[in-house]
Design a protein around this ligand. Structure first.
Ligand SMILES: [Fe+2]
Length: 289
């Protein structure tokens, strides 16, 4: 295997392994080291079944639950029976009867980290491309270590020791989950509190942990103070110099570490087809910085 860094702020391609076969202990150690160092890994040209995706996630951590399971909302009722419980389908495709094949449609998915609205958020996400549009639908990743390390002193002082409420109310494409009421005051949104800066349990490095912007709030600040600080920290964080964007090809598998990255998806033409299969690993309780 070779590690080929993207040359951007994070991410590397791992070449020279067929992940449909069992991963040896030595290969596993190699991959995990590259994952820790690069935060996002790309494996091209893979052909992976649902079972392969569920087996491979255990290279990166213990089995994890989908967002819907973590929220106690159960399995998506439109999933066909053959989709295992812990697989998520991300797709804009509609069946002949109008039933969606998966979630998230064709719109933009805003910067976020997966499932931060739970007490023990997930760690790795594994996303495998089955069908991709000719253009659009790219996924970008953001290095939250760098965003932390680079903070101007005044911003670092303001965010130090703060706790963020991670709202459960919306999916990453900005759509309100029907199970939650509309919220007009974000400080009242149902959510889970996490430290704004966390320590990665493997690398030992500190990074920002922001979740998603919509209905977020900083605990114990007024709404105005909270919005002002969140606007400043998000403006600092979402800079191109911390980003690597991936243009998908069929067969790509991307694995990212939600503990130290955020990701974003570009919109794509509604009349094109995009189908991705996803598995996840469980995380661990957060270590505050
Ligand atoms: Fe996501």
């Amino acid at each position: 295997m070779n590690v080929i860094p993207t040359g951007a702020a994070l991410g590397a391609e791992i070449a020279g392994i067929d992940l449909s076969q069992d991963v040896s202990d030595a290969d596993r150690a190699f991959i995990v080291d590259a994952y820790t160092d690069n935060q996002v890994l790309l494996f091209r040209g893979q052909s992976l079944s649902f079972d392969d995706l569920l087996r491979l996630r255990e290279v990166f951590g213990p089995p994890g639950k989908t967002a819907n399971q973590l929220l106690g909302l159960g399995r998506k009722e439109y999933y066909p029976d053959q989709v295992p419980t812990e697989i998520t389908i991300i797709s804009n495709i509609k069946e002949d009867d109008g039933t969606p094949r998966g979630s998230l449609g064709d719109g933009e998915a805003y910067w976020h980290t997966d499932s931060s609205f739970t007490k023990v958020p997930i760690s790795a996400s594994l996303l495998h491309a089955i069908e991709v549009p000719d253009s659009g639908g790219e996924t970008a990743f953001l290095n939250m270590y760098q965003a932390y390390d680079d903070m101007p002193d005044d911003l670092a002082v303001r965010i130090e020791g703060k706790t963020i409420n991670h709202a459960k109310t919306h999916t990453s494409d900005g759509v309100k989950r029907p199970e939650y009421e509309n919220v007009t005051d974000p400080t009242q949104a149902p959510g889970i509190h996490h430290p704004s800066v966390r320590t990665h349990p493997v690398s030992g490095r500190k990074c920002l942990y922001l979740g998603r912007r919509i209905n977020a709030s900083i605990v114990d600040l007024s709404l105005d103070e909270s919005e002002a600080l969140l606007d400043d920290i998000w403006a600092h964080t979402c800079q191109d110099k911390y980003v690597w964007e991936h243009c998908w090809a069929v067969g790509d598998l991307l694995v990212w570490d939600n503990r130290c990255t955020m990701h974003h998806r570009n919109a794509f033409p509604p009349n094109s087809r995009r189908l991705m299969h996803k598995s996840i690993t469980a995380g661990e309780p957060l270590i505050p910085a």
